[in-house]
Design a protein. Structure first.
Length: 281
């Protein structure tokens, strides 16, 4: 699979669709992968049917991307499953992650009264530094989740100075405290509504295009285009055209191109929301 990213040969019809989409997106940006490598770690093995063995493993991909005169490294983790028959590999596929936490409801409540005690300056550098530090690991000071994307983004925003508020009402404000948390802290769809609707503390304004975003800003993703947002990322860099590169959890990624066209969750109906965090509150 790594060889497909740097091969000069035309991809066959059986080639991985994710590879095709990634290469197509790079071509449209006048960019290319000049070097790729992957390492893996086995998570567990189990016996399958008819003398097969299933191996669950985690793959760490690194891509050296050249765009115009610039170079940068994109990284991504994948949970994968390989199937062997009598020791011979017969299948190898990515285990598609869940991006939303369906048991969490979007029940946001705002009083309409701003709290002047929650004024703060958003430190974008600290937010990005936190995003880089923890992109592929989990801060033990916080609870982690299998679907961790919005929890991770909340931690980044908090590291940038955004104050928690609303405890212990899970449908109010934005917080994680005493092994409890608000919907807006952990659920992508709730954060999508909290950012532009908040009247105190963490607030953001929606902008029309990704190139308007700054480091430390947030992108929300509705993969199905059905109005319910599934995923959240934070801007940690810009490519040679000034377009955002993002970090994320769930499928742990760093410096990934913002559009997510190479994601297994991507559909042609995808919709985005671009939020610029208010620097001064």
């Amino acid at each position: 699979m790594v060889g497909l990213y740097v091969s000069s040969e035309r991809l066959s019809n059986s080639a991985d669709l994710k590879v095709e989409r990634k290469l197509g997106g790079l071509q449209r940006r006048n960019a290319e992968i000049v070097k790729a490598k992957a390492t893996g770690a086995i998570i567990k093995k189990e016996q399958g049917e008819n003398e097969t063995e299933l191996v669950h493993y985690r793959a760490h991909f690194q891509y050296l991307i050249k765009q115009k005169s610039s170079l940068y490294i994109e990284e991504e983790m994948e949970e994968r499953e390989a199937e062997f028959y009598k020791g011979v590999l017969v299948d190898d596929k990515e285990i598609e992650p869940d991006y939303e936490m369906p048991s969490m409801l979007n029940e946001l409540q705002e009083s309409g009264e701003a709290d002047v005690r929650l004024k703060f300056h958003y430190d974008r550098l600290k937010a990005v530094q936190y995003a880089e530090t923890w992109w592929n690991s989990y801060n033990p000071a916080y609870k982690s989740f299998d679907v961790d994307c919005t929890n991770y983004i909340s931690q980044c925003l908090h590291a940038g100075g955004a104050p928690m508020r609303g405890y212990p009402n899970r449908g109010k404000g934005w917080w994680m405290q005493n092994n409890n948390w608000s919907y807006s802290w952990t659920v992508a769809n709730a954060m999508r509504w909290h950012l532009p609707g908040s009247n105190a503390g963490l607030q953001a304004k929606e902008v029309a295009a990704p190139e308007q975003l700054l480091l430390g800003d947030v992108i929300c993703y509705d993969f199905q285009g059905d109005g319910r947002f599934d995923h959240t990322t934070i801007v940690t860099g810009k490519d040679a055209d000034g377009m955002p590169l993002v970090n994320a959890h769930t499928t742990n990624s760093r410096m990934r191109y913002w559009a997510y066209e190479d994601s297994t969750a991507y559909t042609p109906n995808i919709k985005y929301k671009f939020f610029s965090i208010n620097d001064q509150n």
